[in-house]
Design a protein. Sequence first.
Lengths: 334, 466
Amino acid sequence: MLDFVPIWTAILGLGVFFYVLLDGFDLGVGILYGFTANRVSRNLVMNSIAPIWDGNETWLVLGGVGLFAAFPLAFAIIMPAVYFPVLGMLLALAFRGVAFEFRYRDALHRTFWDYAFCLGSALATFAQGIVLGAFIQGFEVAGRNFAGGSLDCFTPFSIWTGVSLLFGYGLLGAGWLVLKTQGELQEWARRLGRWCFVGVIVAIGVVSALTPLLELDIAFRWFSWPNIVYLSPIPILTLLVAIWEWRSLNSRSEVGPFAGAIVLFLLCYIGIAISLWPMIVPYKFTLWDAAASPNTQAFLLIGTLFLLPVILMYTGWSYWVFRGKVRADIGYHG
Amino acid sequence: MTFDPLLLSRLQFAWVVAWHILLPALTIGLASYIALLEALNVATGREIYFRLSTFWTRIFAVSFGMGVVSGIVMPFQFGTNWSRFSDATANVLSPLLAYEGLTAFFLEAAFLGVLLFGRRLVPPWAHLVAALMVAGGTLFSAFWILSTNSWMQTPVGYEVIDGRFFPQDWLKIIFSPSFPYRLMHTVTAFYITTGFVVVGVGAWYLRRGRFVEEGRSMVSMTLWLLTILVPLQIFLGDRHGLNTVQYQPAKIAAIEARWDTVSGAPLTLFALPDEARESNRYAVDVPYLGSLILTHDVHGNVRGLRDWPIEERPPVAVPFFAFRIMVGIGLLMLALVIASWWMRAGRRLYDSVWFLRCCEAAMPLGFLAVLAGWTTTEVGRQPWTVYGVMRTADSVSPSLTGQDVLISLVGYGIVYLVIFPFGVALMARLVRTGPLGAGLQPEPVESGRPDLPVRALPSAEPEVLP
């Protein structure tokens, strides 16, 4: 029988990356929203993501259900292991999501929903960062079940990855705002972007140093001969892109900060994938161990191959429709 | 003090799904109602349908948004709290849930924007197509979710290897024996629920003398629809019941609080089922009616709970009362529909204050009936997650402690109790604002989406673009 695991790995890998990228920048915008100075800029910042945020969030459902469908064993082990981060993320996303609706229609409580929007975005981001850190560290497994405790996922390392992601999404969000705004607000976004950039660089440095220390296999994979040659483009490219990103944030470049942040995320994503490959439940189960039955994968693939391109095309089109600078009198109540 | 993670996980699932189910109960009905109004608008060109459609689309937008937010929680529940169930059933159930996600995404992606914000950008027929596609999409969503649920109730088309389910026949899995009945019964319930909301809103306008034309249309049109749907639902409920007698007789025994297997069983109208003594207190029985309803034969044989060992019996009191609440509400609805014929014949449909008050009071009835019906079927399924094969007790995540689930349950409790009342208040405000002027002046975009893609396109607003 045909091996569907590579194609499902590709689909899921792409889906998760799209989610991180798309919801990443709008969560980042939500975090930066807390630092806005006045109502006009708050409205502009909100308007810059309003048309697209819910589409971005739908990727989370596809990611969750996709993991359930393609690699159910990983879903069954990882989800209970990150019980509280997932809980925090879901509650935060719910608060943040309805804040979009309630902020405009419920004038009396505007302030409360403004806070809900910012704190919800930050908590959801932090929770996702903890999931990432716990994932890299691996889980205690007995048979086909998670055997640890629900608080195991909170380690200094995972809390660090949580903080890192706050800076990372913040950088994506700042890049998006530079792209979508102008004048003073754009300058403000650049300024915050520079702070986030510093945080991101420290975060990448610490995580890159710690990860090989956590697991000998990862150190071996990166530093053994000849891997060190083949894999050297990743850190070198990261360094070059980081320099480019810093210069974009300090120049007049409008696209640069966002594009640079995306490439930085992509490189980190590839780096993590290289470190963990071919594990889906790190250090316990490979992608092939955790895969659904071939019959299941084939049945779902038929529809996915048809629906996914349509979804991608529409996503692209909706971004095209809303291209250009956001203005106060467009979109929401001016 | 120790807490049982199994019980708390069940409470948590019940809590999040009970709030969530209220939204499809409204959005599925509203989507079809809006599509109907759009069709009438295109067919007759009458402006009233245009105003009504615009008005209800605004309420649809809020409820759809809340449905998405509470819906994201659902698939994660499977993983966090029911990991052993997920591991065991994923090969069979995951594609059904994934297809639901893809379909819903596809719908959201392609047509919702046009429905909500494309009114002035596309011609009326294209807007109608968008409304039809959104209505179809919500029904597709219901199709896959109810297919998943039905397979858990009446599993077929699978084999079990090493304690895990593997698919053998996808058509059998998707169209499991209880699925057609469950799908029709549920979708009709959602339509009726929405119908009573629309009637209630219309009655409220009529009684206050505001938006009278809109109110009359809502009340009259929807009561015609309910005239068909409420009797149909009673018929469908009976068919669904017969299907349950065949495939889940223990559930029926619990619903009817029947302890002994007898032929010519009575119908117990009211009782306090006592599970410890295996009998009913204060029972009010109607002789032979139970057999007549369940087997369509006065002397039909009805199985009692003693046929099953105690560890395979569902709880009795909860399905017993929930079922009676559902049926009682159904009969109330029927009474209101029959009263509407009387009112219509006497030309008092729009002026009788007490009738309009009854219509307003009936607004929550559908939601209560949906919750009661859902409670009946899900509690009646116990002690199984996959009926007769996998136990609920074997489905829960083994790593969770009672404290873990207590914390999450409190979290969901607080957040939902903030979000849902706000959402309801928001919709109530839209109702108070009313349909006047909708479509006559540009409405500010309020729903968290700007006026996609109305003013964002170059032809409509060139200065937006660089």
